[in-house]
Design a binder for this molecule. Sequence first.
Ligand code: FAD
Length: 490
Amino acid sequence: MGLFSTLHDNSTSNLPRSALAEFQQVLQPNQIILDEMGRRAYETDAFTAYKVMPLAVLLPSSTQEVADITAIAHRFDIPIIPRGAGTSLAGGAIPIETAIVLCLSRMNKILDINTTNRSAKVQAGVTNLAISDAVSDQGFFYAPDPSSQLACTIAGNIAMNSGGAHCLKYGVTTHNLMGVTLVTSEGEILEFGGDYLDPAGYDFLSLIVGSEGGLGIVTEATVMLRPKAEGARPLLLGFETHEEAGDCVAAIIGDGITPVAIEFMDRPAIKVCEDFAQAGYPLDVEALLLIEVEGAPLEIDESLQKIIRTASQFNPVHKRLAKSDEEAAAIWLGRKSAFGAIGRISEYLCMDGVIPLSKLSSVLAKINEICASHKLDVANIFHAGDGNMHPLILYDANKPGIIEIVEKCGAEILELCVLAGGCITGEHGVGLEKRDLMPLQFNEMDLVNQMRIKQLFDPKWLLNPDKVFPIEISKVFQEEGSLASLRDET
Ligand SMILES: Cc1cc2nc3c(=O)[nH]c(=O)nc-3n(C[C@H](O)[C@H](O)[C@H](O)COP(=O)(O)OP(=O)(O)OC[C@H]3O[C@@H](n4cnc5c(N)ncnc54)[C@H](O)[C@@H]3O)c2cc1C
């Protein structure tokens, strides 16, 4: 039985009429999607192998509307799937058949920019890139830069604690968030943090980051703005083996140099990205590192010299420094378009494990062995500087039974990451994709404690249920408040 055997399609809306009547009291007709074609657009996210039709899609335009909808859903026991742009690679925004989708993409206003406080207050549906675009002229930017930044929303980023290529230097979402407005499952509006660093009391803000829509609905966020560096330059280094490239990354970091980004591509990834972006990547190497440093011109030169000196111990066979802004942009376009470019040639399952940097080259070798043992091709492209691996397992969706094989292969890779001292998710979250793998990472007590927190915020388990925790485990917990009976069975 596959991970997702509990999912079913349902093409006729069964939203209770009395609940619909109440939603219609708080929303305009154009904020409620009930027809089958309309709902179909929300039946999956970027984890496209699985699809489930929601009962309805609601499109609120304010925090108060979100609170009203949530209170109604709570009274009628209707599960809610919060959704931003639907770019989750872990199935985080895929509905269940008894749920409504609450899509916040229309809440897309930038509410305030305050360069003195170095903060921007935005509605939940503002896209990641729109924040940097809005403050660029004033010399600022919002640092976390997922490759999906043109589309993905800030609330989706908060829910998944998203990262990106430049997070090596600036940290991921949790390091760049100052405050949120959160609507609870009962429709209460809460504020955590604000327009300043270091709020008093428990650090609830950190609890909300990475909670995958399961603790509350984020309606507004205050994010940190950073001053743009004077300049930045990417360097490409090509190697004949993955080991040399992996060891080079570990040595650069170990030398105390912090480039703004270190990205890794293997031969299959290089070829696909080069075909897509004509970035001038070398096609005759087994591994390519894209390393970017930033700062004033002298600072850039000094960092690059240090990096090249360290890298020379690992026999790079290709070395190219971007000489112009256009060259730099093409180099980054290739990397940032990687998932889309690979999607043009094959279906793929994108894994997202993290490992200690010192294990990079040995884990890479084992990933390739695992994929070969399942007769599956793999393209490796990832944020090497912080050990966030993204093996893309390629498959032909028309082959019967292939999904189960791909999932098994993926599970073995994530188990490998945990055994290497890492974890099962770096930046894409657990969602549906990895919920059954949580026991690889967490013991019974860990899981019980996490579910206690969920229960506290969402006593009826109405917010994004069936995500993050294995179904059987969460059911037993909801019925018994512990996992003791499961333990007795084993
Ligand atoms: C081509 C491609 C490249 C990508 N590259 C990266 C990358 O470099 N780094 C990275 O980290 N991720 C990456 N992703 C994954 C994805 O873009 C991120 O997880 C992103 O944060 C999801 O944002 P979204 O608005 O699309 O959220 P959705 O997909 O709509 O939802 C994601 C999760 O957030 C929850 N959620 C959404 N809105 C709210 C809300 N208002 N309140 C509470 N919970 C909410 C949902 O319930 C769901 O669990 C990539 C995806 C694609 C398709």
